[in-house]
Design a protein around this ligand. Structure first.
Ligand code: HEM
Length: 132
């Protein structure tokens, strides 16, 4: 390792391979979610191409890449779905398994899991009810 290596901050996003790697992760992630009988029902009416695009932009932000996310905020998108904690946990497990399968480093996965914990109240039923 050189001095330059130490002084140049590299985001998780760059480390795992940028936009292409994130797209691959999102593909694999939704393939797993849609193959899970407990979860597939949430997505029957959803445009999955748009969904994958939104999720890729969201994951990019989580990984410290450029912020181009212009979708709805998480609470607005998920509150009508009444998602129980058990399903939230399951989705998180699919994301972790996906990143592991793609060889993403453990410290990156740990940081993604920390973000998942932070946004749980915005996604699950009865979590963030500031408007009611
Ligand atoms: C940390 C966890 C999660 C993140 C970061 C996330 C991210 C997203 C994003 C970015 C969108 C698109 C929002 C938009 O269209 O503007 C979305 C929509 C959606 N999410 Fe999630 N999600 C999470 C957890 C879950 C869980 C646990 C479920 C179901 C069990 C779920 C089901 C859905 C569905 C069905 C939609 C489409 C809603 C619609 O089109 O009306 N999500 N999510």
């Amino acid at each position: 390792m050189t001095v330059a290596d130490k002084t140049t901050p590299v985001s998780h996003f760059e480390r795992i391979g940028g936009a292409g790697a994130v797209r691959a992760a999102v593909e694999l992630f939704y393939d797993r979610v849609l193959a899970d009988a407990e979860l597939a029902g949430y997505f029957t009416e959803v445009d999955m191409a748009g969904q994958r695009r939104h999720m890729a932009l969201m994951l990019t932000v989580v990984l410290g890449g450029p912020n181009e996310y212009a979708g709805r905020d998480l609470a607005t998108a998920h509150r009508p779905l009444d998602i129980p904690v058990a399903h939230y946990v399951r989705v998180g497990e699919h994301l972790t398994a996906t990143l592991t399968q793609l060889g993403v480093p453990d410290d990156v996965i740990t940081d993604v899991q920390a973000v998942l914990a932070q946004v749980q109240d915005q996604v699950v039923a009865g979590g963030d009810r500031a408007d009611s």
